[in-house]
Design a protein around this ligand. Structure first.
Ligand code: BTN
Length: 243
């Protein structure tokens, strides 16, 4: 598998999209020591200081459309949660859809972007950002109350290369398993790490705001809620208050 390593780049997502458009193979990986324009979901920026974390993007070429972008994000989240659990003996939670939390604060995020034409997915780029070795002072002041790093939570520094290796290996296994066996096992694993399952959350869409119980995730990766009248609803995109 090809690994493209950049000391510094704007965003590994940009590089991955460029490579994919130039026909890079399935499984191509882009890793950077530092990103100057790291991006998060919903136009947020992603702080990516030099050698302080894992900033990488994976190019996937799934055969056809049954592979849904939300499922890739959830699969990737379970991989990160597994690796953190096994390698660092921490107890990560996954906050739907894509945040990894340690002790209630965000330590990693996933950004899945895909290029689709008609019924075929041309490629998927999965961006993974993990705060590894930042000290508290090294986190941007405006996110300090809700973000953290592995070093902050464990009181020691970690070898990012080794973690990257574990992530890639675990991802490859989990991905093959998912293609062969479908999403159900991913769903169960995800739910075993799920943040606030069974609790009341508030859901805000453009049209309305309501409260419901967070039941887990659906077969297609949607968030599954149950209202007080018992009605089950699937949420694909909304702002969630987790209280
Ligand atoms: C989020 O939680 O909003 C997603 C964060 C994704 C950050 C990673 S870092 C590697 C890749 N390159 C980027 O510019 N973003 C993703």
């Amino acid at each position: 598998k090809t690994i493209v390593h950049k000391q510094v780049t704007t965003s590994t997502q940009h590089i991955a999209h460029q490579l994919a458009r130039d026909n890079a193979d399935h499984g191509t990986i882009v890793v950077a020591d530092e990103q100057t324009a790291g991006k998060g979901r919903m136009d947020h920026t992603w702080n990516s200081p030099k050698n302080k974390g894992i900033w990488m993007s994976l190019i996937l070429r799934p055969a056809t459309l049954p592979y849904l972008a939300p499922q890739f994000t959830l699969l990737t989240a379970t991989v990160l949660a597994d690796v953190l659990t096994e390698e660092t003996h921490t107890a990560p939670k996954i906050k739907w859809p894509n945040d990894i939390l340690l002790n209630g604060k965000k330590i990693a995020g996933i950004l899945t972007e895909m290029q689709a034409e008609q019924d075929t997915i041309q490629y998927v780029v999965i961006g993974i950002g993990i705060n590894v070795n930042q000290s508290e002072q090294e986190l941007p002041a405006d996110i300090r109350h809700k973000a953290t790093s592995l070093a902050i939570e464990t009181g020691r520094t970690w070898d990012t290369q080794k973690l990257i290796q574990r992530i890639l290996l675990t991802f490859e296994q989990a991905y093959d398993h998912y293609l062969k066996n479908g999403f159900l096992e991913v769903k169960h694993k995800w739910e075993s790490y799920g943040f606030k399952i069974g609790e009341t959350i508030r859901i805000k869409t453009m049209r309305e705001t309501w409260r419901a119980r967070f039941m887990g995730i659906a077969e297609d990766g949607a968030l599954l809620t149950k209202a007080s009248d018992g009605e089950m609803k699937k949420i694909y995109s909304a702002e969630i208050d987790w209280f």
